[in-house]
Design a protein. Structure first.
Length: 348
C-alpha cells in the first residue's frame, strides 16, 4: 500500500474518532508529496487570535457536515434570494440609501442611491457574486459602497447560467456601460464586484479594451477567479466557508455551465490570459481562507507586470467574501477600503 494511502486512511480514522469522541482531537500534522508534486495532507490550524470577537464566534460556529450536499439550481436561487432580502433590510438600517428595481439599456438593475448624493457626476457599476448562476450580492455588495461613497450604484442583474452561458453576462454589462456613458464621463465610472462579479468585472474590462471603448476610471475585483482552467492552491484547500466543509478535487471543469462551449483560455473568459496593458487602476481584496486567494493574488501580479496601478489587500483567517457578513468589524474595514479607493480614483 502506498504511503499516501496510509496517511489518508490515518487522517480519515483520526477525524472519524474526533467526531465520535470530541475529546479525541487531531493533534499532529501529516503530509505526503507525490512524484508529480501533488500533496495529500492533514493539518491542525488554530484560529488567528487577532480576529475580532465577532469573527471568532462566526468562524467557530458548529458545522453539521463536511459532506457534499447538492442543491438544485432552484433551491440555490431561492436560498440566496432570501438571504439578499435579509441583507437589504439589515443594511438599509445601517446606510442612508434608497433602493429600487429598474432597467438600464433593457437590462434589469437595482438602483442604489444615497439619500445625500455627494457626487452627481459619478456612478459605480456593481456586478454581484453567486457563481454565475444565482444572486449572492446585488444588495449586500452595493448598499455599503453606495452609503460610504455617496455615489449612485447601479447593481446589474445580468443573465445567469445555465440558461445563459458566457458571454451573456458580459454583453449585459457592456450594454449598461454604454448607456451610462451617455450621462457620465468614463473617468467618473467605476466597476466592481465580488466572486463571480469580480471575475465579470475583469471580463468586461478586457472586452471593453477589445472593443476599443473608453475604459472606466477604476476596477474593484474583490475575490476573483483568474482562469477557468485552474484555481491554484487555494481552490484545493478551501470552499466558500474556508476550511469548513466539503472541498472538491480540482478537475479543470469548474463553472462548466457558465463556460459553455467557449475555450477556457479565451482571454475574456479567463483574463489572466489577456493582454492587460492599459487596464484601469485596480483594488484586489481577498482573505487567507478564500478559495480564490490564489487567483486574486495572481491577477494582482499580472496587473503589476503589465504596468498597471494595482493594490492587493489580504485579510487573515477569514473565508470567501467575508464582507457579506455585515456583523463583522473586518467587513466594515473592507468596505472602507473599497470606498476610499473609488473616492480617490473617480476624483482624479
Amino acid at each position: 500500500m502506498k504511503l499516501h494511502l496510509v496517511v489518508a486512511m490515518l487522517s480519515v480514522g483520526l477525524m472519524a474518532a474526533a467526531q465520535e469522541n470530541p475529546a479525541a482531537k487531531i493533534t499532529e500534522n501529516h503530509a505526503v508529496t507525490e512524484a508529480d508534486g501533488t500533496v495529500r495532507e492533514q493539518r491542525v490550524i488554530p484560529l488567528p487570535q487577532w480576529l475580532s470577537p465577532e469573527a471568532k464566534a462566526w468562524m467557530s460556529r458548529p458545522m453539521t457536515t463536511d459532506a457534499n450536499v447538492p442543491q438544485t439550481i432552484e433551491q440555490r436561487r431561492a436560498m440566496l434570494d432570501a438571504s439578499q432580502a435579509r441583507h437589504r433590510d439589515e443594511l438599509l438600517k445601517m446606510f442612508p440609501v434608497t433602493v429600487k428595481d429598474s432597467t438600464v439599456a433593457g437590462v434589469p438593475v437595482r438602483e442604489v442611491v444615497p439619500k445625500t448624493l455627494k457626487h452627481q457626476d459619478r456612478v459605480l457599476i456593481c456586478l454581484h457574486g453567486g457563481g454565475f448562476n444565482a444572486d449572492s450580492g446585488s444588495y449586500s455588495e452595493s448598499i455599503p459602497v453606495a452609503g460610504l461613497t455617496g455615489v449612485r450604484v447601479v447593481s446589474v442583474l445580468y443573465r445567469l447560467a445555465p440558461e445563459n452561458p458566457f458571454p451573456a453576462g458580459v454583453d449585459d454589462v457592456i450594454a449598461v456601460y454604454k448607456e451610462l456613458l451617455k450621462t457620465y464621463k468614463p473617468n467618473r465610472i467605476g466597476i466592481f464586484g465580488s466572486s463571480a462579479g469580480a471575475a465579470l468585472t475583469l471580463e468586461v474590462a478586457v472586452k471593453l479594451k477589445q472593443l476599443k471603448m473608453p475604459m472606466p476610471a477604476a476596477l474593484g475585483p474583490f475575490s476573483s477567479s483568474a482562469s477557468m482552467v485552474e484555481g491554484g492552491d487555494s481552490r484545493s484547500l478551501y470552499n466558500t466557508d474556508g476550511w469548513r466543509g466539503y472541498v472538491p478535487v480540482q478537475d479543470g471543469k469548474q463553472n462548466a455551465e457558465y463556460v459553455g462551449k467557449t475555450d477556457r483560455r479565451d482571454p475574456v473568459l479567463s483574463p489572466i490570459y489577456a493582454d492587460l496593458h492599459g487596464m484601469p487602476p485596480a483594488l484586489f481584496i481577498t482573505s487567507e481562507r478564500d478559495l480564490l486567494l490564489s487567483s486574486t493574488s495572481e491577477l494582482h501580479r499580472a496587473f503589476l507586470r503589465a504596468g498597471n496601478r494595482s493594490q492587493l489587500i489580504v485579510f487573515d483567517g477569514l473565508p470567501h467574501c467575508f464582507w457579506n457578513n455585515n456583523q463583522l468589524p473586518e467587513s466594515r474595514e473592507a468596505w472602507g477600503y473599497m470606498a476610499e479607493f473609488f473616492d480617490r480614483e473617480l476624483g482624479r
